[in-house]
Design a protein around this ligand. Structure first.
Ligand SMILES: Cc1cc2nc3c(=O)[nH]c(=O)nc-3n(C[C@H](O)[C@H](O)[C@H](O)COP(=O)(O)O)c2cc1C
Length: 189
């Protein structure tokens, strides 16, 4: 299996409007593959402007926020691509699309890394951050996964949040729980 890094991918449309999305980028011979499912803004943007910034961040509020309608986070110009990165990134990679493998469900955008840069120290692992990332993946798939599985896995992940979270992870977790509750409440009406 290829290695995947969970990042915040920024793209722009051809008017320059920035879009941020949590995306697992797939290691590919020194470059990265971005594989957005149809339909998605990231996919449309990569066709319009074939560049992306992958921001590596430990602020998991951005993962949870992008999935719960909070997708305005500060961005900063990149050096070599016409797409900005997250201002708060610990590090980022500037990517250029070199080839597209078309697929009806999930096209693959093969990217060359033009530049990487580090901005702040990585301060070590935190279980609540991992739990928020896993929770965010569940929340991004609410319409596809059985409710029982989602609720069981969120309950398991919540123990790590309860034991190890800082206020940032607590806030991110609250957003995920609210979005989940709202989704199931709307299903029941
Ligand atoms: C950690 C994480 C990784 C994700 N990876 C992908 C991915 O590789 N491809 C994808 O289409 N969506 C992925 N998602 C879901 C997208 O972030 C979400 O569906 C998003 O809205 C993409 O659509 P958009 O470009 O229209 O915003 C991921 C979500 C999370 C939390």
């Amino acid at each position: 299996m290829p290695m995947i890094r969970e990042t915040i991918v920024s793209t722009t449309d051809d008017s320059g409007r920035v879009h941020l999305a949590p995306i697992g980028i797939i290691a590919d011979n020194g470059g990265w593959v971005i594989a957005p499912f149809h339909p998605s803004t990231t996919l449309n943007n990569l066709r319009a402007v074939p560049f992306a910034a992958a921001s590596f961040t430990d602020d998991v509020r951005i993962f949870a926020g992008c999935l719960t309608g909070r997708n305005q986070w500060p961005t900063t110009l990149c050096a070599e691509i016409p797409v900005p990165r997250l201002t708060g990134a610990l590090a980022h990679a500037e990517l250029a699309v070199t080839r597209i493998t078309e697929d009806e469900l999930r096209p693959r955008f093969h990217c060359r890394t033009l530049r990487t840069a580090a901005h702040a120290p990585f301060m070590g692992f935190n279980r609540a951050q991992s739990a928020v990332i896993e929770g965010a993946i569940l929340v991004s798939r609410l319409s596809m996964l059985p409710r029982e599985k989602v609720e069981r896995e969120l309950a398991y992940l919540e123990t790590a949040v309860a034991k190890t979270a800082s206020p940032a992870e607590e806030e991110a977790w609250t957003w995920l729980k609210q979005a989940t509750a709202l989704f199931y409440a709307e299903m029941e009406t």
